[in-house]
Design a protein around this ligand. Structure first.
Ligand code: FE
Length: 333
């Protein structure tokens, strides 16, 4: 009996090595939380039989892991949030270009990498939220207006350490030039009465509590807060409607440079960009579908329509270093 085990092991090994190299399993590294990806992966597995393993962690951790693993990485795909992060992954060489007519058709050009290394899959607006007891919509206009002295002591900010505000400032630089962007951001800092908050929810809670009157946050955080605390005296305002439009950003994905199952991984991204998956992808986090053919979830649509900026989100990466330096120069902590 004991003699037979080695031959059985050999037989199984021979059998496995003889299997065709198709992917019955994909590995995804995701900076998007498990509850936002698992329902999609489950649906994909049910449809195709392709199993998906995933690792979730913070963006910098996953990026370092991909760099350290190099060719040995088991990851086929990286999912993360913010074009600034996707751009960094592209620059680090851990994701590779993908030629896909489906992705080019489903995802607008300004929401994907000009070099096709990453593709936006959901859209979030970084917009103004104000205290409805203290501010009328007519008082508001643009991101730049929040630098006006009339907002002295009334504007609350999230920390400049978070990529979301780095991308917002990068967009200001790309659209208006560095000197004008610096004036605006310096004005914001001058108008804020307290240290910047570590997250969007805290900034909004402080606006609701009267610490300040207005802040800038990602739309899905507003949605979540209002579901938890519907009586909060908060509302959304869409800035820059006569100008370049509301600042939008993406969550998105790319195929890793050393993917072992590239073809299958491309099929997964293509499916994620399809009408079938986009509603679920966006609504799981109260975001907007990146595919313009797909309507937003009714909770999100209830915030009203707006004109969104069509600046290429890749610019947020290109100007990220300049944005960080600018925020540092004006004392934006
Ligand atoms: Fe977020």
């Amino acid at each position: 009996m004991t003699k037979k085990i080695p031959s059985l092991v050999v037989a199984v090994a021979v059998l496995l090595s003889a299997l065709p190299a198709f992917a019955s399993e994909l590995v995804v590294y995701s900076a998007r939380a498990e509850q936002l990806i698992k329902p999609l992966f489950d649906a994909y597995t049910a449809k195709t039989g392709v199993k998906i393993q995933y690792v979730t962690d913070k963006e910098p951790v996953l990026l370092e892991r991909l760099k350290a693993e190099g060719e040995r990485t088991p990851a086929d795909m990286l999912i993360t949030v913010d074009a600034g992060n996707l751009w960094l992954a592209g620059e680090a060489g851990v994701i590779q270009p993908v030629v896909s007519e489906t992705l080019e058709r489903n995802i607008p050009a300004h929401l994907r990498d000009p070099q096709n290394r990453w593709f936006g899959l959901s859209l979030r607006a970084r917009t103004i939220v104000y205290n409805t007891d203290k501010v009328k919509p007519a008082d508001l206009g643009t991101y730049a207006d929040l630098a006006d002295p009339k907002w002295k002591g009334r504007l609350l900010l999230r920390t400049s350490k978070k990529v979301y505000n780095q991308s917002l400032v990068a967009a200001l630089i790309a659209e208006r030039g560095e000197a004008e962007a610096e004036k605006i951001v310096a004005g914001w800092v001058a108008n804020t009465p307290v240290e910047p908050f570590s997250n969007d929810a805290q900034a909004m809670e402080a606006v609701a509590a009267g610490v300040g009157d207005v802040t800038m946050v990602n739309t899905y955080y507003f949605g979540k807060l209002m579901e938890e605390k519907p009586a909060s005296p908060l509302a959304i305002f869409w800035p820059d409607q006569d100008g370049s439009g509301v600042h939008v950003n993406v969550s998105g994905a790319g195929i890793t440079t050393h993917a072992k199952h590239k073809e299958e991984a491309v099929k997964l991204i293509e499916w994620l960009s399809s009408a079938e998956a986009q509603s679920l992808f966006a609504s799981l986090n109260m975001e907007y579908p990146a595919n313009p053919e797909v309507p937003a979830d009714e909770r999100v649509a209830a915030w009203g329509g707006f004109k969104a900026s069509t600046l290429s989100v890749a610019k947020y990466g290109e100007y990220q270093a300049a944005a960080i330096k600018l925020m540092d120069r004006v004392g934006y902590k």
